[in-house]
Design a protein around this ligand. Structure first.
Ligand SMILES: C[S@@+](CC[C@H](N)C(=O)[O-])C[C@H]1O[C@@H](n2cnc3c(N)ncnc32)[C@H](O)[C@@H]1O
Length: 240
């Protein structure tokens, strides 16, 4: 009789453990799915990611932190983190929904132990609050498709704050559409510019000469201009 009782309890315990494991598995799957659901997908980002990756492969240092301003969905961030594993890719964005998307992309790509969570950074909220760890290991700043979708003062703030953070020969990379000598370089860029201005009169495709003037005023020299597909440019500025 006694032996039978012990055996019954053993079965009970196995059953409880099984239920607990199933419950934990179910809850973690739901949580993972929820975080994945917050991933945003930007069409342009998917189109330009490989081209920007090529540009980065020629300008990134072997290690250190790269701060990405205006990371948006986070699709670029996770791709660049995977492609350059020795770099710490620090994403940022002022929009909460975008930061949630970036975190979801980081989880989805199983980069949580490697890649830091996005920081809340609005270029206009100055001085930028960056941890000592980021400041000490910072090697470069990347800003993709922001300066035409924000007021001109944001471009100025970007250079002024980057000047304070970067050391000699460290880089600030801008990517996006630009005017050259005040002229659009394609009909599609002109239409895009009109469209931006109709959404917000302080937005618009910037003239590369005016951007370079702000760069010089903040002790950057124009290191390299790279023509990119779809009438975009990558511009790599280096700190003097
Ligand atoms: C067109 S999206 C580009 C996102 C991403 N870099 C990409 O190429 O997919 C423009 C981004 O600029 C960010 N942005 C706008 N104003 C900003 C500001 N003042 N400071 C920092 N980021 C800003 C937006 O939140 C958004 O993520």
């Amino acid at each position: 009789m006694e032996i039978k009782k012990i055996s019954d309890h053993t079965h009970d315990n196995v059953y409880i453990i099984f239920i607990l494991y199933s419950l934990i598995y179910f809850i973690s799957s739901v949580l993972l799915t929820m975080s994945q659901d917050e991933r945003l997908f930007f069409k342009a980002t998917q189109r330009n990611k490989n081209y920007i990756e090529d540009v980065l492969s020629n300008c990134l240092p072997p290690r250190g932190t790269v701060l990405e301003i205006a990371s948006g969905s986070g699709e670029h961030g996770v791709i660049f983190q995977k492609r350059f594993p020795k770099i710490i890719w620090q994403t940022s964005d002022p929009e909460y929904s975008y930061r949630k998307s970036i975190s979801a992309w980081i989880s989805h790509q199983r980069l949580t132990t490697k890649m830091p969570q996005p920081i809340d950074l609005d270029v206009m909220k100055r001085p930028w609050h960056l941890s000592k760890k980021i400041r000490d290991s910072l090697k470069g700043i990347v800003c993709i498709n922001m300066i035409h979708i924000s007021p001109w003062n944001c471009t100025r703030a970007l250079f002024e704050e980057s000047d304070k953070l970067l050391k000699k020969e460290q880089f600030l990379l801008l990517y996006g559409p630009f005017k050259i000598d005040g002229m659009h370089i394609s009909k599609s860029n002109a239409l895009f510019d009109e469209n931006l201005k109709s959404q917000n009169s302080s937005w618009g495709v910037r003239d590369i000469e005016e951007v370079c003037l702000i760069a010089r005023q903040n002790k950057f020299h124009n290191h390299e201009f790279i023509q990119m597909p779809a009438n975009n440019l990558s511009v790599i500025f280096r700190k003097k």
